[in-house]
Design a protein around this ligand. Structure first.
Ligand code: NAD
Ligand code: DAU
Length: 345
């Protein structure tokens, strides 16, 4: 297949590109705007693979999206590109509606026009809203998003449903819980806490720290998305999750202990507005129907993740200082190792 991966320079997208390059013989085109969250260093080494191409561009740029679909004879799309951080959506929802809603609509239209055979929409468990103390989200739980981020993802998710119902377009939707692992931008809980702890800075825990998230290693998420891409039934929704609920405070304490730092660094700060209390995913459907199961235990995954950030403190520094933005020019700018063809990035 010729697979268009959108948002392939982000956290999950870059892990997914790496996964495809080792686990498949597909050709991969990575379309990414390189917003603040897009970091080509996440893909260092991939540029040399003849099956991988990078195009810098906006999923909202209809002409570009059309050109990419046609020039690379795209047969499948895996759509990760998004504004992904809840706190930023509280500060300014507009970019979330533009990219997550309008961008998804443009991709859907152009993919349909190009007669793409499989379109995987990487949605999120946040579309379901918040749980009480018991129960878990299933694929039939009503959508009740609470943050502007979640609402924009729900809109995109429902557009995908509509494209299947209205046009018979072969869309598959995944809704995954919180991912952790290498290359996560350090504004998200786990890498933020590791980066701050390494510098003995305060570790800001929102509210009472009793909010619960269901954590899954990013490699298990990538395998699940790949499986849905190849074996899922068009029009269906697949929940993905680790059965791995942790309270934020417990998780932060675990990280501090693992790093050998003092718990005194933990600082309670005012809560996130509209903060969802608890997420938990019932992943029974993908397990029964496609045979997917998480393979990375939380203990092993967390130990590996902490080690990865310890071993990649230069990566953390590059991101925290903003220097990662220079990588694009080094690799793809004039005279760079991978200077793009005219109009291609
Ligand atoms: P991320 O913020 O790390 O990466 C997003 C990527 O999209 C970046 O590379 C960015 O440059 C790119 N992008 C943003 N706007 C774009 C645009 N207009 N055109 C082209 N590219 C653009 O996000 P992530 O954490 O890797 O999440 C990836 C996807 O998975 C998102 O759709 C998110 O909603 C979903 N998701 C994330 C999680 C999680 O725990 N991180 C869980 C479930 C679902
Ligand atoms: O559930 C899937 C979602 O997980 C994805 O759709 C989102 O793209 C992804 O960002 C993530 O959203 P969360 O809001 O759950 O992730 P975040 O890392 O921002 O926060 C995790 C929890 O930790 C949440 O309860 C808020 C809390 N938190 C977060 C930060 C950044 C803190 O207490 N302190 C912090 O500094």
């Amino acid at each position: 297949m010729n697979i268009l991966v959108t948002g392939g320079a982000g956290f999950i997208g870059s892990n997914f590109v790496r996964h495809l390059l080792t686990a498949s013989d597909d050709t991969i085109v990575n379309l990414d705007l390189l917003t603040y969250a897009g970091n080509l260093e996440n893909l260092a080494g991939c540029e040399d693979d003849p099956r991988y191409r990078f195009v810098r561009g906006d999923i909202k740029d209809r002409a570009l999206v059309r050109r990419v679909m046609n020039d690379f004879r795209i047969s499948a799309v895996v759509h990760f590109a998004a504004e992904s951080h809840v706190d930023r959506s509280v500060e300014g929802p507009e970019a979330f509606v533009a990219t997550n809603v309008m961008g998804t609509e443009i991709l859907l239209e152009e993919a349909r026009r190009a007669q793409v055979e499989r379109f995987v929409m990487v949605s999120t468990d946040e579309v379901y809203g918040s749980l009480g103390d018991k129960g878990a989200f299933t694929e039939t739980t009503p959508l009740a998003p609470n943050s502007p981020y979640a609402a924009s993802k729900a809109a995109a998710d429902l557009l995908c449903r509509a494209f299947h119902r209205t046009f018979g377009f072969p869309v598959l939707i995944t809704r995954c819980s919180n991912n952790y692992g290498p290359y996560q931008f350090p504004e998200k809980l786990i890498p933020l806490m590791i980066a701050n702890a390494l510098e003995d800075r305060p570790l800001p825990v929102y509210g009472d720290g009793q909010n619960v998230r269901d954590w899954l290693h990013v490699s298990d998420h990538c395998r699940a998305v790949d499986l849905v891409l190849r074996s899922g039934v068009p029009g269906e929704v697949y929940n993905i999750g680790g059965c791995n609920e942790k309270r934020n405070l417990d998780l932060v304490q675990l990280l501090v202990d693992e790093l050998g730092k003092s718990r005194d660094l933990i600082t309670f700060v005012p809560d996130r507005p509209g903060h969802d209390r608890r997420y938990a995913i019932d992943a029974g459907k993908i397990s029964r129907e496609l045979g997917w199961r998480p393979t990375v235990t939380f203990a092993a995954g967390m130990a590996d993740t902490v080690k990865w950030y310890l071993d990649h403190q230069d990566w953390l520094q590059q991101v925290r200082s903003g220097r990662y933005r220079e990588y694009y020019d080094r690799m793809y700018g004039a005279g760079g190792r991978h200077e793009p063809e005219e109009g291609r990035s």
